[in-house]
Design a protein around this ligand. Structure first.
Ligand SMILES: [Zn+2]
Length: 316
């Protein structure tokens, strides 16, 4: 049973919101576009693996996109499966072409047909996640729970090669569709060896309770200041920033599109990028709409609620 579903990751939401609000001359824009494209690919790959994990029986507890903290340090895991006898860390790798694991030098390379690119060795990364999760379990007073990791290659056409110990890699690395079978096979082994049954659901609920949203300081990472973030309402048709509002409707001066609700995305962008609440004054500035009463009406009709204490509107 899935108790935590995957949603579009916050870093990707923020990049998607900020990129169309930067001047095309913004120096680090190409870097950000590449970052967004890579994160999007990763997100699609994770969803592909999620689809396979959902085939596991109902007594397996599944959490996607888990961010926990142990020893005051947070760590992220793509998916966690709690089977009746063990906990599984599933790390998703999304690479096309050929990937090579070198077990002697602990190196990982990807060849896309053109050239080799080296990445962090996924086994080392998974070992480190295992250690952190084990520490977290200890902090929660769960001891002696077997923690196992598996690395899912999300694209079924990716060719997996090994230099060195093939068997060791084959035990933990596989295409996404084989993950559920492997999880069940390992769980059965634990069952046969007399491993006591876990309170799977309770452990899952504890993780859910402690789960944090993985945040991403877009301002710090890319040197974006609030001044760099362009204000205005985007046209949903042609993407131009700066729709004009006349008689309760937004109009695009470029393509002629007329729409009533184009401001919703702009307010969402503000809440993601600038502040978790918005005042009438700030909303006027951001929507480029000088009328206090019109902005009040817009905010009243939004899903936000007015907080008297802060004189601003926040998510309910
Ligand atoms: Zn337009």
């Amino acid at each position: 049973m899935i108790i935590r579903r995957r949603t579009k990751p916050l870093p990707l939401q923020k990049l998607d919101a900020v990129i169309p609000r930067l001047s095309p001359q913004f120096k680090r824009l190409p870097e950000m576009q590449l970052d967004a494209a890579n994160r999007y690919k990763g997100y699609i790959g994770e969803q592909k693996v999620d689809y396979h994990l959902e085939l596991l029986p109902g007594n397996f507890t599944i959490l996607h996109d888990v961010c926990l903290a142990a020893n005051n340090k947070s760590f992220q895991i793509d998916s966690i499966v709690i089977s009746p006898h063990a906990i599984f860390i599933i790390e998703v790798k999304n690479y096309d072409g050929t990937v090579t694991f070198d077990t002697t030098f602990k190196q990982f390379t990807r060849n896309n047909g053109d050239k080799d690119t080296g990445y962090r060795y996924p086994i080392t990364q998974a070992e480190s996640s295992k250690l952190k999760l084990t520490n977290w379990l200890h902090e929660q007073n769960y001891h002696d729970i077997p923690v196992h990791y598996l690395i899912a290659v999300s694209d079924p056409s990716t060719i997996i090669k090994v230099n060195g110990d093939k068997q060791a890699i084959a035990e933990v690395v596989m295409h996404g569709e084989y993950i559920p079978m492997k999880v069940m096979e390992i769980d059965e082994k634990f069952a046969r060896s007399g491993q006591p049954r876990l309170e799977s659901r309770r452990i899952g609920e504890a993780m859910l309770w402690e789960c944090q949203e993985f945040d991403f300081e877009i301002v710090g990472r890319y040197g974006i200041t609030n001044k760099d973030i362009l204000t205005g309402v985007h046209c949903p048709e042609c993407g131009r920033l700066g729709m004009e509002r006349r008689r309760k409707t937004w109009h695009c001066t470029k393509c002629g599109k007329a729409t009533k609700y184009a401001h919703i995305r702009a307010i969402k962008d503000y809440l993601l990028l600038i502040n978790s609440s918005i005042s009438n004054k700030e909303c006027r500035r951001f929507l480029r709409l000088p009328s206090r009463s019109i902005v009040t009406r817009i905010l009243q009709k939004s899903e936000l609620v007015y907080q008297k204490k802060h004189k601003s509107w926040e998510k309910a």
